[in-house]
Design a protein around this ligand. Sequence first.
Ligand code: AMP
Ligand code: MG
Length: 411
Amino acid sequence: MIQSCDTPNPNGSALLGIKDAIEKMLAQIVTVRDHQSLPLIEGLGRVLVEDVISPIDVPPADNSAMDGYALRHQDLKHSNTLLMAGTALAGQPYPNTLLPGQCVRIMTGAVIPDGADAVVMQENTTTNGDTVEFKELVQKGSSIRQAGEDIQRSQIVVEKGTQLKAAHLALIASVGVAQITVTRKLKVALIATGDELTAPGEKLSQGAIYESNRFALLALLADFPVDVIDLGIVKDDKASLLAAFKQADQNCDLVISCGGVSVGEADFVKEVLSQLGSISFWKVAIKPGKPFAFGKLNKAWFCGLPGNPVSSFVTFQQLVTPVLQKLSGQNITSTPHFVAKAACLIRKRPGRADFQRGIFYRDENAQLWVKPNGKQGSGIMSSIANANCYMILDRESDDIQLGESVNIQPF
Ligand code: AMP
Ligand code: MG
């Protein structure tokens, strides 16, 4: 599902709305064609190319939901005492057919013996040597888990386009499937640009700052089925950028850069991009993050993120995520939104969809409230680190008053 924070811009501004930007990217990008067959155990985070279909019923046989006694429910109408004929354990079924007047000691998960049609929990019985006394009647089927009650044979258990999480792996294993077909991992190059950028751990010279965006972007990329080629920090000169982008283009499906996409004197990314390929757009009506470039190099797709730390973080989550989903064959999804009430005045100017960092909480009446998490500048990374949601403010809205509704997207 695509964000719906755009309203048409009545001023007719050339800035592309975020929804249009996403649609434009998705319309161009083609999912990687190469598939591979993988042992299920290696499937975490990978994207299914085919539905996984269950070859069996789960559970495969009727089995006991309790520790107790399996019996013929009709028998208890004639006598409250039955003869214990044997035992059924999980994995060790009772080998005979249950005869009238008999019961079988049964453990949770054990297959229901032939002839039995109910289980009475042990707490409602007393044993006396070979006989068992039952304190109440039972209904047919009581405490029996039916074969196929979870999954039926030929049923789809996980749909194609799903990125496999822990629960999916267990579900697929539970139907006995050991091999899956997934899209190959994407190759993604990451480039930070800027003469001022210094690696953490090194000495900071006059005018320099520590490079931090790559740390966030690498961590965010870890949620996707990608191998990252980290090209580190590239200087703000055309030749270095050209060389880095050429190298990335030859080896990758997607090149992600940060910095150098605005209109400053040292912002060469756009120029280099137009020299190596074509730009689809390079401005989106989103705040933070207006200078976001999308295009195609010779071979690889390209996303140029703004350098400001909050902007690169937000544009990755909101704009690069659908790109990676489409490329890797994933169904396009977004984190769910909720509606909260503004706990204070929220400043906003019309023109761009705003992703302010907020803190939401629930009051004693279960009402959700949200307030901005401190200063909202695009360089203030603590605004994200200590927040728990985005407050997504529509493109054309202005200040939000106390008590007005706000769309929030929890982290
Ligand atoms: P730019 O988009 O290159 O104009 O950069 C905008 C701002 O973000 C500048 O203040 C840069 O110093 C800063 N910046 C750019 N890249 C990074 C980075 N990788 N890590 C931290 N800050 C950055
Ligand atoms: Mg720069």
